[in-house]
Write a protein that binds this ligand. Sequence first.
Ligand code: PHE
Length: 347
Amino acid sequence: MTDYQAMQAELVGDINAAPDLDALEALRIAALGKTGSVSALLKTLGSLSPDERQTVGPRIHGLREAVSDAIAGRKAALEAAALEARLATERLDMSLPADDAPKGSVHPVSQVMDELAEIFADMGFAVATGPEIEDDWHNFTALNIPETHPARAMHDTFYFPDANADGQKMLLRTHTSPVQIRAMMTQEPPIRIIAPGRVYRSDSDATHTPMFHQVEGLVIDRGIHMGHLKWTLETFLKAYFERDDIVLRLRPSYFPFTEPSAEVDVGYKQEKGRRIVGGHGDDEGHAWMELLGSGMVNRRVIANCGLDPDEWQGFAFGVGVDRLAMLKYGMDDLRAFFDGDLRWLAH
Ligand code: PHE
């Protein structure tokens, strides 16, 4: 007859000496698994006489219980030790000096937005904001882009599946121009605002990311003309690039919400792999980089906001902030801006 006492002592000894959870699991299978040693003993019970079963049965069951208790105990102990070890390695010494620790910094895009707000504040512009989740009317219709207008196709719009309470389609704003509408509807002219913020278009390559940043500018007053627009942009870009030899090119363009419209390019040259702003884009070694869209606010937009277009005129512009940052900091892939790579950000 098997010496259950000796068998139990040996099994429990092995279990308590198991160095890790894997070894423990191997022991469990060897004893209590389908073909394990203790399981094999349990199977013999069926072939015993009722008398034998009465004496042997409780001893085998007792053995099985002792082994599974030992396994549970060892398992808990090993897990506690593993946790202790992990806590020890993940320990943070709060008294260490912070000198070498990674520091937070202002993202280049935020830096540029701050700079722009400062430059425009000097010219008497206030900062306005609007929601990034817009309705169809503010983003398109009020800006003279009705449902069937082909200009809607120029904006690869992210729409939400559900309309709002007024039955309006909701979307991620494709530009900051809806803030023009919100400003004209809530403020008495004269109005002088810039509206920095995020905008969204379903578009992605080296110079386009699905989320990017614009700064909208809007001036509404009496007797405003293109000359005011050109002076404002020139003054702003000279301040931003910190140089006086900036040359701008205004190209006739089309936006439904401005008439006439102009796209504005800035002259630059390539120097040591960097784009240096300045000089005439048509000169030897120079080129033009498109920076912004602009124009005189369309009379229909002014009327859509409840103002009299015979009394009030204005100009508007929309600048790509990320592009401005690329130019100033000499970076050529827009996507790196939003990768969140700490080394890039620190650089
Ligand atoms: N909203 C236009 C765009 O995103 C830019 C723009 C703004 C053009 C204001 C004219 C006036 O492309």
